[in-house]
Ligand binder design. Structure first.
Ligand code: NDP
Length: 282
């Protein structure tokens, strides 16, 4: 009980003493959101639109992007442009950042959110899929961040990385995905140190999400686990606020923070819970 109370106090103290969010700060902000045709990325595009931002969105499906961009304009975006791109390609990550820089005349927020589809199943040795997923979920993030950094430096901008509780703790059924998220946290957590040491103007926000009710996530876990899923629109808003207030870490929902503390203190108990939270018969 004392442990849980301390965690709660620490969490809310962190939240309450953090900088407050000014929605006006996003009016006219130049934002690039990846993976914005569906799910959390799509919801982030709509929130940025309501705040009056200028947005570039990207994903592979052009037709869907067009519909999302039209809705963004109707919600109040100052600009809503889209570019279709495949993040497994060597050249598309740079192409997307170049497009946003050219069309928006610079960049205030780079929100890296996309993920490639990956099976929710026991690892059966598919090395090629893992290699491909690393390109989509990890290397493209590194490439886009590097291309955008000098421009974010100029604008005192922010780099927002959408990560997962599965970047902090391991889990069955998602080995390639979990590996890409651990890689992201390692890279961008380390980059944060270097930027701070160089007195850079750029902030990095690493967002730790629990289970969110997007179609792609729900399709995978339906009937497999009873872990509660949280609303994508609320997750999206929390990510935007974390970026706008330049917080290094976001935990959504709040208890993901407690879970990360608990698993280091009680690793065996955590492993027991993880393995028993899925309906699996060998
Ligand atoms: P979705 O599967 O709903 O969306 C993925 C997005 O990425 C889509 O816009 C998709 O569009 C795009 N995409 C897929 N493959 C590629 C590719 N090769 N090149 C470019 N774009 C691609 O994901 P969620 O909204 O559920 O997740 C968003 C983020 O939140 C991810 O980083 C995820 O890891 C994180 N997260 C989600 C959780 C959840 O429970 N939902 C939990 C924890 C973290 P298209 O198919 O048109 O290319």
């Amino acid at each position: 009980k004392i442990l849980i109370a301390s965690v709660l106090v620490a969490y809310f103290a962190m939240k309450w003493t953090g900088p407050s969010f000014d929605p006006e700060s996003l009016k006219g902000a130049r934002v690039l959101v990846t993976g914005a045709s569906t799910g959390i990325g799509e919801q982030m595009a709509y929130h940025y639109a309501r705040f009056g931002a200028q947005i570039v969105i990207t994903a592979r499906r052009e037709k869907v992007l067009q519909q999302v961009a039209e809705k963004c304009l109707s919600l109040g975006a100052q600009q809503a442009l889209y570019i279709a791109a495949d993040m497994a390609s060597e050249s598309d990550p740079d192409k997307v950042v170049n497009f946003a820089l050219e069309k928006l005349g610079g960049l205030d927020y780079l929100v890296l959110n996309h993920i490639g589809p990956s099976p929710f199943a026991m690892w059966e040795g598919d090395v090629e899929h893992t290699r491909w997923l690393m390109k989509v979920n990890f290397f493209s993030y590194v490439q886009m961040a590097w291309r955008a950094l000098p421009h974010l430096e100029q604008s005192k901008g922010s780099l927002v990385v959408v990560s997962s509780l599965l970047a902090k703790m391991t889990s069955p059924f998602t080995l390639p995905y979990t590996s890409t998220k651990f890689a992201l946290n390692g890279f961008f957590g380390s980059l944060h140190h270097e930027l701070a040491m160089k007195r850079s103007n750029v902030s990095i926000s690493i967002c730790t999400l629990g289970l969110i009710d997007t179609d792609s996530a729900m399709e995978k876990v339906r009937g497999v686990t009873d872990v509660p899923a949280y609303p994508a629109t609320e997750a999206a808003l929390s990510i935007i606020i974390a970026g706008a207030t330049r917080q290094l870490d976001l935990y959504y929902p709040w208890f993901t923070y407690a879970v990360t503390l608990f698993k280091d203190m009680f690793p065996s108990t955590t492993n027991f819970f993880i393995q028993n939270s899925y309906n699996y018969i060998p």
